[in-house]
Design a protein around this ligand. Sequence first.
Ligand code: SF4
Length: 302
Amino acid sequence: MKALSVHLTDICNSKCNFCIVDSPFVKDDSISRKRVSRFLQENADKGFEAVNIHGGEATIRKDFLEILDEIQGLGYPTVLLQTNGRKLARMEYAKTVVSKNVSLFIVSLHGARALTQDRIAKALGSFQQAVTGIRNVKELGALVRTNSVVCKDNFTEVPDIVDLCLDLGADHVNLSALHTSGTALRNFWDVTPRYDEIQPYVFEAVDRAVRRGKMVTLEGFPYCAIPGYEQYMIDWKQNQFKMLYRKFVFEDYENYMDSNARVKDERCGGCAHNGSCGGVYKEYAEFVGWDEFQPVTPTATA
Ligand code: SF4
């Protein structure tokens, strides 16, 4: 898919302890409507199949619904909304958003129970709101992809998170490795698990989704940290995202991430996955090191 991607705000109504945007510490939103509108107008009629919206939490912008109207008016085929789902707990609001051409909701759910999710998000009630939000948009006929970041606070319940998301009707569940930037970098040692400790739980979570015949993907994991499960890595190469992020425009965001957020070391040169693996988040490699990551020999994958 060729999509336009718009970072609508740095602000959020939750305060996740691993927020890569660093929302818990952002006081004022600096992203102007004028800049967003210009980006949308400049790229209309250029063959983009969707507009992917994210933040922060996009739904808390006062002009969020107007921006959806603008996207629709400019003729973009559809909207994908990344959200914590909290505002969607109000059915009337969920109906309004769905009616404005949002076809896929990518909802963050980081706990299988309120205690975990609310603690991570530092927002009492956020779990119940997200759960209700998912139920509402499913009832309205939209597609839902859930995203769960695997962190120190939730990794043992990741299989239960996947079960919950599927019970709620999610069409696709995605598990993300923790991106060690923003608030996650400030809280690095409190939030970042080692790949070798989360591995059995991630595998069990994938297995549960597969047993239920549901779509499951992994994102941001070095291939050598998920041996035997490489096929579940989300394939970004099939997608091209042109992104407006604050004052910057990235022509191909995934390429940017591969070359700036993740690193490889000399061992990767001889690895069978070198061509497809994005490497290790650079702060993780810097703080924890490379002991866990062993190159895969070409014969081992044959
Ligand atoms: S050794 Fe390097 S290239 Fe190979 S899977 Fe691990 S991180 Fe990726």
